[in-house]
Ligand binder design. Structure first.
Ligand SMILES: [Zn+2]
Length: 267
């Protein structure tokens, strides 16, 4: 059962020194951690130069009466809008983001970025957090890459590796528009919304030679440099515009990307 000290010692064996990280974590994957998410977050802050995690709030999303075509959205289906929660700066991250990300967000010294759906929270990464805009939701990750930042996957795989979305965008893959309900009742359009990530594990062989792996409790913790992840993902999409899409027949966003690639090839 790892405790706070075990976590720090383990994280230090990754030898990232003072590099900032974007982290993704499944607390459950560790088995039992003494001190829970609080111990994990404190150890991350101690062991790395800065820590950022996604604190996305999909619960704010609404469907408007109309919008761009081929946007993987059915504008006539708005019955879920009444379940949307208006965005506020201090709303909790979706439970999907995990208890570690929510703990980081709640730290008094943490900053949270501005996006009503795709926010990030972090400690000692103020520059990155400040870079986000509605049009460029993944700018904080690009900033971390410029600072030689790393991705940490703690008990999770590349299907939650948000940084791959940045590389998709840089590779000019089709992006989407989504809408967030604001607390004044307005619907805020959010362009630059990413596609589906459920096919992302296919990047693993490309980045394996650059990936450091340690065992912490029952969890495998992977670390890989952002710049290489972004470059390898862009290479992959350049060679095959359909790379990293999922194979589910009903996946609307992957279908929309395929359609976009098909039309562009005819162009
Ligand atoms: Zn898909």
């Amino acid at each position: 059962m790892p405790n706070f000290n075990d976590l720090i010692v383990s994280f230090q064996t990754l030898e990232l020194q003072d590099k900032p990280v974007i982290a993704h974590a499944s607390l459950r994957a560790f088995g039992h951690v003494e001190g829970g998410p609080d111990a994990v977050v404190t150890a991350l802050i101690y062991a790395f130069g800065g820590v950022m995690m996604p604190t996305h709030t999909y619960k704010t999303m609404v469907t408007p009466e109309g919008g761009p075509a081929n946007n993987a959205i059915n504008y006539s289906r708005r019955e879920w809008n009444r379940h949307a929660v208006p965005y506020t700066k201090d709303m909790s991250a979706d439970s999907l983001m995990g208890s570690v990300a929510e703990n980081l967000r709640q730290r008094p010294e943490a900053k949270r970025s501005m996006h009503p759906i795709l926010s990030f929270a972090g400690v000692n990464v103020d520059d990155a957090i400040g870079k986000q805009t509605l049009e460029n939701p993944f700018a904080p990750i690009l900033n971390l890459a410029d600072q030689e930042g790393w991705v940490l996957l703690m008990g999770v795989d590349h299907t939650v590796n948000t940084s791959i979305h940045l590389a998709e965008r840089l590779a000019k893959r089709k992006q989407f528009t989504r809408w967030a309900l604001l607390d004044d009742g307005k619907q805020q359009a959010c362009p630059g919304f990413p596609g589906d990530s459920s096919g992302f594990q296919a990047i693993e062989p490309d980045v394996r030679p650059y990936t450091r792996s340690i065992q912490v409790g029952e969890a495998t913790v992977l670390a890989l440099p952002l710049r290489i992840l972004i470059a390898k993902t862009m290479d992959r999409i350049k060679k095959d515009p359909l790379a990293l899409l999922c194979q589910q027949a009903e996946c609307e966003r992957c279908m929309a990307v395929r359609e976009h690639v098909r039309v562009r090839a005819q162009g």
